[in-house]
Design a protein around this ligand. Structure first.
Ligand code: GN1
Ligand code: MG
Length: 380
């Protein structure tokens, strides 16, 4: 008997070249804040079992889904080739898009929704938090390797799937405008958080100034490097593959390093209400530095390495600003489960920023120490 959530349209599965008949659907699946995801299981005529991810692209966030899909298709093709050349297993180390029956890579439904399908990597799992620094070290290897494999990719051939995505000063500008309107009279409930943001206007410029001065190179970056965007091998525990490539586009190494720290080095969930539980875990931070620099450190410039702790501080501040803006605006962007959800999320981000500020010298020292060992060739 097929088990499924009634909200999932089974006919959709027929639009894609899935192997066999659908036997099971889990919908919604996963923890994403933007797209709607289903896990679909099929059985072929020999009784073989196959698993897929079907995902509805949020077109309020991604205005040009065809451009998002063109980026993902080009980048995953490139990665497959690179992984094969390196002697890896492309079926487990990158995502595989499943084509539609008419040869496309997405399907627009009569109701206007846009869907795509991926193979589900067998025997893989995602983590919402690190069980140990080793998990985070492994995730860092995966994100660092992803960036290293794309070093030669022609960055200007990619579409900017969300323009100004990590343009923190622009995020600040949007925050100020939203605050000025205060459409739902919510500003009073967030007075402390608003003050927190306004007093850090200068920090928002740190990375974009360096970029403008051409002191940091544009790379092909992932831009959404949450721990739960890494697949781990269920058996060995190794990080296998980086997923959620919607925002792959030109960016700074500091964005990817920073977003990973923001989420994965926190001791609590992004929406933890008890702020005394939310801390930046220094051991997790150090474990991430080790894995990331091991995978890609020798390819980064000295200024880029120095920018990494700033990436953590700026992206965490930026994400808090985005949550707070969405709270003031009436929760149109991120999925929420209750009215203060975005405010709660903003608070955890600001708590992490405070922790980073308090441990600022120590965060830099970890990078400096590893930079020295890489330069001396001792990082083996
Ligand atoms: C969104 O969809 P998800 O959960 O991977 C968001 C990220 C935020 C993140 C905060 C396209 O990511 O930028 O950092 O939520 N993605 C987009 O958890 O806005
Ligand atoms: Mg995402």
């Amino acid at each position: 008997m097929a088990q499924h959530n009634s909200a999932f349209d089974f006919s959709l599965a027929q639009a894609f070249c899935l192997n066999g008949e659908v036997t099971e659907v889990v919908f919604p699946y996963g923890e994403g804040h933007i797209n709607d995801t289903a896990k679909v299981v099929t059985a072929d005529s020999q009784g073989g079992r196959h698993e897929y991810i079907l995902q509805q692209i949020n077109c309020r966030v991604f205005h040009h889904p065809e451009q998002v899909m063109a980026n993902i298709s080009a980048v995953t093709d490139y990665l497959r080739h690179k992984i094969s050349q390196e002697g890896g297993d492309p079926d487990r180390e990158t995502m595989e898009l499943i084509h539609t029956q008419d040869g496309g890579n997405y399907k627009r439904q009569p109701d206007g929704t846009v869907w795509r399908a991926y193979s589900f990597v067998p025997d893989s799992l995602t983590l919402q938090y690190c069980r140990s620094p080793e998990d985070f070290y492994r995730a860092a290897l995966a994100f660092g390797t992803f960036q290293r494999r794309l070093l030669d990719y022609p960055a200007d051939s990619l579409y900017e799937s969300i323009p100004h995505f990590h343009d923190t000063p622009k995020r600040m500008e949007t925050f100020r405008q939203t605050l000025a309107v205060d459409a739902l009279d919510r500003a009073a409930a967030a007075a402390e958080e608003i003050e927190f943001v306004l007093s850090r206007a200068e920090d928002c410029h740190h990375l974009t100034d360096l970029l403008r001065q051409q002191r940091l190179p544009l790379r092909v970056t992932h831009n959404d490097t949450k721990l739960n965007n890494v697949l781990f091998d269920a058996l060995s525990g190794d990080a296998l593959c980086v997923v959620d490539l919607d925002t792959v586009m030109p960016g700074l190494s500091a964005y990817d390093f920073g977003d990973a720290i923001r989420f994965g080095a926190s001791t609590a969930a992004e929406d933890e209400t008890d702020l005394s539980l939310v801390k930046l875990d220094f051991d997790l931070y150090a474990a991430y530095c080790r894995g990331y620099l091991e995978a890609v450190g020798s390819c980064l410039t000295a200024d880029e390495l120095q920018s990494l702790p700033w990436g953590a501080r700026v992206i965490t501040l930026e994400t808090g600003i985005r949550f707070l803006t969405d709270f003031l605006d009436g929760d149109h962007y991120f999925k929420t489960s209750y009215p203060e959800h975005n405010l709660i999320r903003a608070r955890t981000q600001f708590k992490l920023v405070r922790d980073m500020e308090a441990q600022w010298d120590e965060l830099g020292a970890v990078i400096n120490a590893r930079q020295r060992s890489v330069t001396l060739g001792a990082d083996k």
